[in-house]
Design a protein around this ligand. Structure first.
Ligand SMILES: [Zn+2]
Length: 707
């Protein structure tokens, strides 16, 4: 749906598909849209040389090289598909858990946990004689029972192999109860946390990604959601227990204890099951849906923060309404939404009750972005959960992007664009798809969060607002994905169905490829016929040897302005180097690439006359001519007398040429290369990288040799 029709407080402005129609929506760019035509003259721009069309033979060489790179990337991409499996062992894939009931006695005075977990499920194999359950080795198992019978079990590391009393047939149900106790140890991002404030216990769990078995036995697989989970938690009676779902009751016990019974009847992954125990002050509010249904908002905050939290959390209902208008109704509306303060560590989107670090509770709404981020996770993470952790950007990228949507709701398009600009922190390591999920820093990196958000922003740019928001809504509400699990390909498929476009080019490069395009460009303009011709040369400098990647393919908006005229058009940049010519009936004195920031990129304008005079720092020019056949010339600038190490690498990162210059004076110097390796053998056609180092810094560029 289109969010502008549904958000009543402040209309979200219709966004911008990167096409010429876009110019009509923005007054600043429509002073006078004149007829503009565009020609792509040649595949390769001859940087620092005269532009000239390439011969057909040269064009086919370039295409051949790109094809080779594409094959290389496809092979890498195919290898990653195998990681779409769930993280469980083969034995764990033989049953499906339907229900957990946790009976836990929490003793903060002893930092001890004691209790039992009932697991009900269904066999997916015939015969199934063993169940494999996750529980950390330090937690002692006292007994495992099935219908009153004690079961034999063996422990191996953090797994428990349980022998059932009789083999199960496919589809047959089982019910076992594990009695255990121990002092849960820290794991992952904390798992089970004990803390004390002025002697009062403040206890909370944070199981993402793999910490649930640190404190309760389960099949710890995000793709095996239980249909419902009940928690009966016994704690000292001066403390409040907060958890998922609906509070079914509080039972007083002798000895100054009481038991809180929380029940959730929505599907839930093990890492989202949680409890928090503290001297909480409680307050509540209501969310009223567009359909008129009321749902309680329940808050649990440390008493010293009560007034601050009452102010900060006052926006939550409006926030839910804003997101519901875009993503579809709040997914757990029959239960609740709430937040519970925690004294340290990460904030976490526990299903129906987020835990929020106290640093976000200030009374000044400075933590609204964290509130929005965790709330958005109720759709993206909790209701629709990654099948496995390599796809965690489906949680974090979406939640980070949703904060931008909240900014847009509050402050309009300018606020949204400002937010997107701010979260482009410049350097994103690795790909969105996380291959090593044991590396928590990679799993929860700024790449996953902020590049992930940018990928959604770029998708919005590519699809335009109405298709983008329709796809987002369809993704969040599709049965099987909602209340279930997804991988990136599910999201891609929905975007393709909704838009009617093949988007594999977009997803493959932005999810599985590292880095971002770095565009180097220069432009010139002059009279041509009855009007003016502007030539724009763009080359992509993201082709580092160690990255070994294809150039990015993206639509780029180009703004041309001058003489009271202003126009915006879209080019598709997809090659190592490309030249575009624009014909206008006005003389442009301004050319801007991607003025509205739709593309995650770096831009570098090549200045004329850059390689003359005294260099202030080490400089390296693009070779010319490029591509070349016989010899090519490279200029370098030394800010001090030095020798320069010259190395040339092929596309696979192999060093094919090395040379050390004699000592040179301060100033610009010239190096000519004949396309031969260090031993004097002619090298084959291809893209090569040349690296020049002066002992203080080293610079790398690429060149194209065509035989
Ligand atoms: Zn998050």
């Amino acid at each position: 749906m289109h969010p502008g029709q549904l958000l009543s407080k402040q209309r979200i402005k219709s966004g911008a598909p990167p096409d010429a129609a876009y110019a009509q929506q923005y007054p600043i760019l429509t002073i006078a849209v004149k007829k503009t035509c565009l020609t792509i003259l040649s595949l390769i721009a001859l940087l620092l040389g005269a532009a000239a069309p390439l011969a057909a033979r040269e064009v086919s060489e370039v295409q051949k090289m790109l094809e080779n790179l594409r094959e290389l990337e496809k092979a890498r991409f195919a290898a990653r598909q195998s990681l779409h499996d769930t993280p469980t062992s083969p034995a764990q894939r033989q049953f499906d858990v339907r229900f957990y009931r946790l009976n836990l006695n929490v003793r903060p005075d002893l930092q001890l946990l004691q209790g039992s977990v009932l697991i009900e499920g269904v066999s997916l194999a015939s015969p199934l004689s063993h169940l494999e359950i996750d529980l950390f080795a330090n937690m002692a198992i006292e007994a495992i029972r099935q219908q009153g019978n004690s079961l034999n079990f063996q422990r191996s590391g953090n797994r428990v192999d349980i022998q059932l009393s009789a083999p199960l047939q496919n589809g047959e149900g089982f019910s076992i109860e594990i009695f255990y106790r121990g002092q849960p140890q820290a794991a992952g991002l904390g798992a089970f946390n004990w803390s004390y404030f002025q002697g009062v216990p403040r206890v909370w769990t944070l199981s993402e990604p793999c910490g649930a078995p640190a404190w309760w036995p389960c099949k710890d697989d995000p793709a095996d959601k239980a249909d419902s989970v009940f928690l009966n938690v016994t704690a000292p009676e001066n403390l409040v227990v907060a958890s998922n779902g609906v509070l079914a009751g509080i039972t007083s016990l002798p000895g100054n204890y009481h038991t809180y019974s929380w029940e959730t009847r929505y599907p839930i992954s093990t890492y989202l099951v949680f409890l928090a125990i503290a001297d909480y002050a409680e307050f509540s509010d209501w969310y009223v849906s567009a359909a008129g249904d009321s749902m309680p908002l329940q808050y649990f905050v440390f008493p010293e923060l009560l007034e601050l939290a009452q102010e900060d959390f006052s926006v939550t209902g409006e926030m839910i309404a804003a997101f519901a208008a875009i993503f579809g109704e709040y997914p757990f509306i029959r239960e609740k939404y709430g937040m519970a303060s925690v004294p340290a560590g990460a904030s976490m989107e526990h299903q129906t009750l987020t835990t929020l670090n106290i640093k976000f509770i200030t009374g000044s709404h400075s933590g609204d972005y964290a509130v929005a981020h965790e709330l958005a996770h109720q759709w993206f993470g909790d209701c629709i959960t990654p099948r496995n952790w390599p796809h965690i950007w489906l949680n974090e990228g979406f939640a980070t992007y949703s904060v931008g949507l909240w900014e847009e709701y509050r402050g309009g398009e300018a606020a949204y664009r400002q937010y997107m600009k701010e979260i482009d922190i410049g350097s994103f390591e690795g790909a969105l798809f996380v291959e090593d999920t044991t590396n928590l820093r990679a799993l929860f990196s700024v790449t996953v969060y902020q590049k992930g958000a940018w990928v959604l922003h770029m998708l919005r740019g590519v699809l335009g607002d109405s298709l983008f928001f329709a796809a987002l809504n369809r993704y969040a509400t599709t049965p099987g994905l909602a209340y279930g699990n997804a991988v990136t390909e599910n999201f891609q498929q929905i975007c393709e169905t909704v838009s009617g476009q093949d988007l594999s080019w977009f997803f493959e490069q932005w999810i599985y490829r590292i880095g971002r395009p770095v565009y180097e460009y220069r432009w010139k303009t002059g009279a041509a016929g009855a009007g003016y011709e502007t030539t724009l040369e763009i080359s992509q400098e993201n082709l580092q040897p160690q990255f070994n990647t294809l150039p990015y393919k993206m639509p780029l908006q180009i703004r041309l302005a001058g003489s009271g005229s202003d126009t915006l058009l879209t080019i598709w940049d997809s090659l190592p180097a490309q030249e575009f010519r624009f014909h206008t009936d006005f003389l442009p004195n301004l050319l801007e690439i991607d003025p509205q920031r739709w593309v995650l990129k770096k831009l570098r304008r090549i200045e004329e006359g850059e390689f003359t005079g005294i260099p202030l720092y080490f400089k390296l020019s693009q070779n010319f001519p490029n591509p070349f056949n016989g010899n090519t010339t490279i200029l370098y600038g030394a800010p001090r007398p030095t020798t320069v190490q010259i190395e040339i690498f092929d596309l696979l990162g192999r060093k094919v040429y090395v040379h050390q210059t004699p000592r040179v004076f301060t100033g610009f110097h010239q190096f000519t290369w004949d396309g031969k390796d260090t031993s004097g053998n002619a090298l084959p056609s291809g893209i090569y990288f040349y690296r020049f180092s002066d002992g203080h810094s080293s610079l790398t560029r690429k060149l194209l040799l065509i035989r």
